[in-house]
Write a protein that binds this ligand. Sequence first.
Ligand SMILES: O=P(O)(O)OC[C@H]1O[C@H](OP(=O)(O)OP(=O)(O)O)[C@H](O)[C@@H]1O
Ligand SMILES: Nc1ncnc2[nH]cnc12
Length: 176
Amino acid sequence: MTDASIDLRDYIRDVPDFPKPGILFRDITPLLKSPAAMSAVIDRLAAPFEGQNIEVVAAAEARGFIFAAPLAIRLNAAFVPIRKPGKLPFASHSLTYELEYGTDTVQMHVDGVAPMQRVLVLDDLLATGGTVDACCQLLEKCDAEIVGCAFVINLKGLGGEQRLKKYPLHSLLTYE
Ligand SMILES: O=P(O)(O)OC[C@H]1O[C@H](OP(=O)(O)OP(=O)(O)O)[C@H](O)[C@@H]1O
Ligand SMILES: Nc1ncnc2[nH]cnc12
């Protein structure tokens, strides 16, 4: 199958009421089983950023890592992992952000990104934008330059685009 003939929607499984009633979960595991579809995803995520001198692709665990590592290789960039607290072995920056109820924290090694490095932030899915917003704030603590944020899936109507409006956004699939 050629890249252009692959409809990525065919590789996303909708699971109603997961992880709780009323949530329609967009399951990427069928996509992960298809090397052709995964290749198309990496091609399409990379396309707008080729020639933009991306130096770092950063992503939060866990699903973000799946796409960010091959994308970093494609763009000839470093991959920098952003992790839940207590997972990184070296000196780290932390950023605590508000959830609907309570707070969450993300961490990154202090030498993950140098000042003014050009960073692409990647995640599998945009919902409220809380995760990627926190990643961007963490990266900006290191004076990184956020060139854009890219997603496989954009769930519209949950506020993510608004929350991330100061960054160029690129997504492959949009669900209303
Ligand atoms: O835009 P948001 O409202 O922040 O939601 C999107 C985030 O939620 C999911 O991650 P999750 O926290 O479920 O963790 P996982 O990647 O470990 O499954 C998804 O992979 C995104 O990172
Ligand atoms: N509806 C959804 N499906 C898959 N992952 C998600 N993360 C946040 N909302 C999600």
